[in-house]
Design a protein around this ligand. Sequence first.
Ligand code: COI
Length: 355
Amino acid sequence: MDIRVEKAAPDLLKAKPDENSLGFGKHMTDHMFVMLYDEHLGWHDAAIKPYGNFSLDPAAMVLHYGQEIFEGLKAYHGKDDRIYLFRPTDNLQRMNISAARMCMPEIPVDVVYDALKKLITLDKGWIPKVDGATLYIRPTMVASEAGLGVRPAKQYIFFIINCPVGAYYPEGFNPVKIFVTDKYVRAVAGGVGNVKTGGNYAASIMAAVEAQKQGYTQVLWLDAIERRYIEEVGTMNIFFLIGDELITPPLTGSILPGITRDSVLRLTKDWGLKVSEKRISIGDVLSANEKGTLREVFGTGTAAVISPVGEINYKGQICTINNGKTGELAQKLFDELQAIQNGYTKDPYGWVVEV
Ligand code: COI
């Protein structure tokens, strides 16, 4: 499939934001990629064009029943002005797993990967150069067919937008405080918790707002049946270092199979750590803390990278981790991942590709 390229007129190029105060997801670059789907035509009309609004019928099915999926990956400014992507085809393949679950058409990974590289090259002036800042890439698919019957749509829009970002959390790489909710649940096996669809995030907002009112940055979700077993943090997967064992909940169908999660499992196993994907309850965490064996807690995600957790609140019981400081392992993982992603260290895994 041909990809049409329509560049933004020079006088319409936007001013770039200050790289030292980017925040997350506030500034979009000059261009985007858009591709349309129709059940008869398949994917067609692929174009890189100036960033701009869509025109959607008010009856577009995504607006009513939420047939939407997305991904998150990043482009990095590396040594000698090179540009790198981290595990890009893993994200695109994961998107196709989400598409299958949401009865949406699969994307042609080769075409999209090619478009992504062209788009990043065109907007490469937007990739931040300051340490820790990156270009966040958001591939998205929405159901665009107009209709109010509940069924899979026959038309879709796939698009990629990009924005320069700093740290996801206001705390930066400093430890965040998380609130364990047993009032709300995020997902249940058989549902869509393992799929990157907007509805999972919409459903999480109320718990997050309540946690924020109490001074917590994020919510830690428990399983929906017993409300005991730890699942994820909603914007990241979670790891616990207890004694000498690094533990993360297994992929049982209700949590997101994170690509950073997978990278951390790989790195830590190769470093010789004892690593387990196994069920861990909030009780296990609290009792490890009482015994003094809970050494570190950290989250992993594309947006969050490695995010140390300094405090957990469960029903008013406060668990302070590593005196609220960043742990050694979280720091080592953060440094190693950043070095791999920016091309400063050898990547033995074939995760990084140069654009
Ligand atoms: C990501 O880490 O890329 C995510 O998709 C989390 C996001 C909801 C900020």
